[in-house]
Design a protein. Sequence first.
Length: 453
Amino acid sequence: MAVEIILPRVDMDMQAGRIARWLVQEGEAVTPGAPLFEIETSKAAMEIEATAGGILHIVAGPEGGEIAVGSVVAYLLAPGEAAPAAAPAASAGPDSAPAPVPPAAPLPAPISAPVAADDAALLRATPLARRLARSEGMDLAAIAGSGPRGRITRLDVARHTRDAASRAARPAATARAGLLPVRRAGGRDGGRDVTPVVFLHGFASEALAWNGLIAALAQRAGAACPPLLALDLPGHGAAPDSGEASFEALAEAAIAGLRAEGIGAAHLVGHSLGGALAARIALDGRIDAASLVLLAPAGLGAEIDTAALDGILRARAPDSLRPWMERLFADPARADAALLRATLEGGEAPERCDFRRRLAAACFPDGTQSARLRWQGGAIATPARIVWGRQDRIIPWRHALAAPGRFALHLLDDCGHMPQIEATGAVADILAETLRGAQGRLPSHPDRAEVAC
C-alpha cells in the first residue's frame, strides 16, 4: 500500500514551506530513516526522513515552490505498485500564507569568500547551517564544527561570523561589550525619542523564541511600532559562553549589550529567568525602564521544577527530551518535533552544555530558586504587568502575589509556562496596551482578545 509523504509543520506557526532539494531521485528505493528532502521555511531548514521504505514517487511541483503544510509531496510504493491518483501538492495561497514577520537584522558582514560547491558538499553541516553560510557568502571549510563528528551547526556559522567581524573591525573592549547578538524588528526610523522594546528570553531558550510575539505586536502596532529588539543572552542562541555562569553576569552582559547599542531607556519584556533579569535591570537604574511586562518570571519565590530543567540539560535525543519539554505547556502537543530539534541543536556544543550546567547550578541550587534571583532594591515604580499561565508546572503562578510594588496580574487559562507561545495574541494585546499607556504611541486594537485577570 502506498505511503503518503506530506510536507510537515517544522515550526510552531508555519503555514507553508519550500522543498529546497530532493535528496533521493524519482524511482529510487529508500529505506526507513533515510533523508528524503530538505525543507526551508522563513525560520528553519532541515532534512526530512522517510518513515517507511519503498520506491519514491514525487508528486510535488518544482523545487523551490511554496507548498501548504499537510500537502502530499510524494509516495513510497512497493515494487510494481502503481501510484494513486492524487492532486499535486497544494500551493500556499493568500488564505494560507502566514502573517509577515519583520526581518531580523543581518549578522555582521563576513570576511570569508564563498566556497566551491563541490568542496562544500564534502563537509558535514546541517541544512540550516549551509543556508546561513550560503546567504552570508561564507566558506564552510573555514568553520570548525561542534556537532557530532564535527558537523557544522547554525551556532558555528553565527560564532564564526561574529568572531571574524570582531577581529576585523572592533577593539577588544568594544567587541566584548557588543558581543550579545541583537535581533531587530519594528520601527527603525522613529528617531532617538522612540523608546525600544527589549525582549529577554529564559533559560535554555534564545531570541528566536520571541518571533511569534514580535510579529503579533508589530501587526497590532502598524506604522507606530517602536523598535523591537530581542537579545541572545550569554550561552544561548548565537551568543558566546561568558566565563562566569551566574545571574549577576547575565544581568551585567545584558546591561552592557544594551548600552553598547546606545540604549538608555527601554520597555522591558522578560520570560522566566529573563523576567528576573528584566526586573533586576529595572531596579539597577543604568537602563531606564519605561515599562515592564514579565511572563512567568523567576525571582519571586523558591519553588521551581528543577527536574524538568535537569532533564532538558541531559537530553541528547528527541525521545528523551520530549517528556521534559511537554511540562512547559498546558497542551503537551506543543512540544513538537521542530521545537525539540531546535532545543537539542541549541545546546549540543560541549562548552555550551558545561556553561548551562554551571548557570543552572548557580541560579537553581538544590532544587530551588537562588536568593540571588530575588528582586533586590525595593518596589518597581514603572508601569508593570505580570502574565502567567494558570497551568504553569515549572513556576507556580502564585509567586506573582509576592511581587513588590504595584503590578497588574493577568492569569491565562489553558496556558502553562510559555504564554508567549501558548497565548501569543493575548500577550501581544497586553503588551500593546502597556505601551499605549506608557508612551501613547500605539493605536487601539479593535479585536483585542479578552484576558482573564
